[in-house]
Design a protein around this ligand. Structure first.
Ligand code: ADP
Ligand code: MG
Length: 314
């Protein structure tokens, strides 16, 4: 049995369709990434799957439970970390854990042992008496995750868990997710970070309420829409990547360019010689590595999917 199945899940708010017929399946132990621009429907999908918001139509099963018919049976089986800060800032770390544990129905020895387990898991032992509101962003998110895991949920929903925290804290939080998924917990995570999307077992991309694509990162990168006929992907690095970007984007034969820090991804026509690009940069006095064949990034994939989806709507 999959951990989660959504079938044609739809939610309207008045005349606005926030989610239109989203279907996907998540197997146990997966880390499923949900990506898409602001307002594309990510949080609405999570709220429906948690049994907090009734779908207008469609169905979903979470851990074998029908969320539309039995929303109250779903809640004890899931963990939910909302997009907004969900902790009590004027309670200590210990008090937050105690409070959330009780909300989840844990008492006595069971509450004590689960509290100890999550504290150990997220490494909060030295902070128990600290006020939650005084923790750094990364530690607040760890505490929020600890709270969401207290009752040993089988499926955990994390809505932008790493928004606004530093790269080291982000990586540490992801290492935790991997550890937990290895022991069978299933995660549905929303994010805007492409490096996080790359680490998911499956990624779904939402655009204007519609799920435009869903699959393993490697499979998405192989989609035909990302590889128009007679084109190829190249990558080069330059300390002047933004100037190089401006210049190369206007070069005939370059269909698309994207910057990633010092790297530049280019979708070029097959007939365009890499040496031509190097020469263009050299002429402008911009140092760069030789353009080399590359695979598209997930960001390249999402840009292509967005353009295709927008074109279909015209
Ligand atoms: N309770 C609500 N009432 C009316 N509109 C809503 C409500 N919740 C969300 N929306 C709208 O639904 C759309 C999707 O929102 P949301 O799921 O929060 O997107 P995301 O999480 O991808 O940013 C947005 O246009 C938002 O304004
Ligand atoms: Mg949201």
């Amino acid at each position: 049995m999959p951990a989660l199945v959504a079938h044609a899940l739809t939610r309207r708010f008045g005349s606005l369709t926030a989610v239109a017929r989203a279907s996907f399946t998540i197997e146990r132990g997966e880390i499923f990434g949900l990506l898409g621009p602001n307002g594309s429907g990510k949080s609405t999908i999570i709220r429906m799957l948690c049994g907090l918001l009734r779908p207008t139509s469609g169905e979903a099963e979470v851990d074998g439970i029908d969320v539309v018919r039995h929303p109250d049976l779903v809640k004890p089986r899931i963990g939910y970390m909302s997009q907004r800060f969900s902790l009590y800032r004027d309670l200590t770390v210990h008090e937050n854990l105690q409070f959330y544990g009780q909300v989840y129905g844990l008492r006595g020895a069971r509450l004590r042992s689960r509290r100890a387990a999550v504290v150990e898991l997220v490494g909060l032992a030295d902070y128990l008496d600290r006020l939650a509101g005084l923790l750094s962003g990364g530690w607040q998110q760890r505490l929020a995750l600890a709270c969401a895991l207290l009752h040993e949920p089988r499926v955990v929903f994390l809505d932008e868990p790493t928004a606004g925290i530093d790269p080291v804290a982000r990586r540490q939080l992801w290492d935790l997710l991997f550890e937990l998924s290895a022991s069978g917990t299933t995660f549905l995570v929303t994010t805007h970070y492409m490096d996080e999307a790359e680490r998911c077992t499956q990624v779904a991309y939402l655009y204007l309420s519609r799920l435009v694509s869903c699959g393993k990162p490697a499979d998405l990168k192989a989609l035909p829409v990302v590889h128009p006929p007679h084109t190829r992907w190249l990558r080069l690095e330059s300390p002047h990547s933004s100037q190089a970007y401006v210049l190369l984007k206007q070069t005939p034969g370059v269909r698309r360019a994207t910057i990633f820090g010092e790297a530049l991804h280019l979708l070029v026509e097959e007939t365009l010689e890499a040496a031509r690009l190097s020469a263009t940069l050299r002429a402008a006095g911009l140092a760069a590595t030789e353009p080399a064949p590359a695979e598209p990034s997930l960001e390249d994939v999402f840009v292509a999917l967005t353009e295709e989806s927008a074109a279909e709507r015209r």
